[in-house]
Design a protein around this ligand. Sequence first.
Ligand code: SF4
Ligand code: SF4
Length: 181
Amino acid sequence: MLHINTLSGNVQKSVGVNSARCYQCGKCSAGCPLNSDMDFAPSAVMRMIQVEDEETDRQLLQSQSIWLCLSCEMCISRCPMEIDIPKVMDYLRQTSLKEGLQNKNAAKNIIPFHRSFLDSIKYLGRLYEIGLIAGYKLRTFKFLQDLNIVPQMLTKGKLPILPEKIKATRQLLNIFKKTSK
Ligand code: SF4
Ligand code: SF4
């Protein structure tokens, strides 16, 4: 049983996006670089939210699309209604995790990457590439994958050895605590 009323209402309440404003012109899907790899195109995601049906909500939360979205914002730039699809996708990802409905294919690689990325931002306020790689490898046990390119990246200065962090890390942790409730 989903612990949500309808995604439509929750999306509007949580991220301020009114899905009813989408009139299915399809411009977002036409411009999305990941469209062909997604199980539901961005415009279909908006349509699924609009129908307010529990089974459709579940299908959407179990989809791969929400994990493939790069937050590149191409869809907003093309949308005549300026609908913030990346924000919706981010909300759907968090809800999917909260409800334990994450897509099995995405769970293998994308979700460990997502968690490792967020850990870096949560504790440092910046992306620390070596920490991200280590977190990803620990979560996926892919210890040898891409190791051959590490020396080259180090010599070209693409992988800083030491992390940099922002000053307001405590405030950042508080934001994470509040938003994870
Ligand atoms: S933000 Fe996501 S949905 Fe929008 S165009 Fe980029 S990848 Fe596609
Ligand atoms: S571009 Fe905007 S209005 Fe058109 S389908 Fe996509 S979200 Fe809906």
